[in-house]
Design a protein around this ligand. Sequence first.
Ligand SMILES: [Zn+2]
Length: 147
Amino acid sequence: MAYYKKRKHAQGPTKNEEKVQRAKYAQNQARNTLGSKFPVVKHMSLRLAFSDQRQNLIEEKVLSYGPNDPVAFSVACPGRCGKGTFNLSAKITELVNGQRAASEEVSKCAEPLYMGTQEVCGYELKYRVELEYAAEEADSQPDPQAP
Ligand SMILES: [Zn+2]
């Protein structure tokens, strides 16, 4: 009668632990996509324009997101503060909840320039959010392949 050695002493994580870790990682990735955060949003574009204290344009960029794209709702300030962030999360959530198509906002960086100073960074972010919602398309464009 043959003897099959069925058990091995595992070094490091077991198969099951690895599986759990992979699932957690996938979950984290999924949680950061536009679609997982806002399932009703089909497309979002952000136009960001940073200007300094004297309203000189420093940097401008346009970002475009589909449902599977990872999305971050906080933007680092390019100003001299070196650590300011503009958080767009609350505003975008508000727009999505209200099913708004577009909005323009202005936000100012209030980080102090130096430790213990009253002087703040003062960099300004003007941003325009444009949103497309999945439901609209389903109504206006019926699937031509449908029976
Ligand atoms: Zn700043």
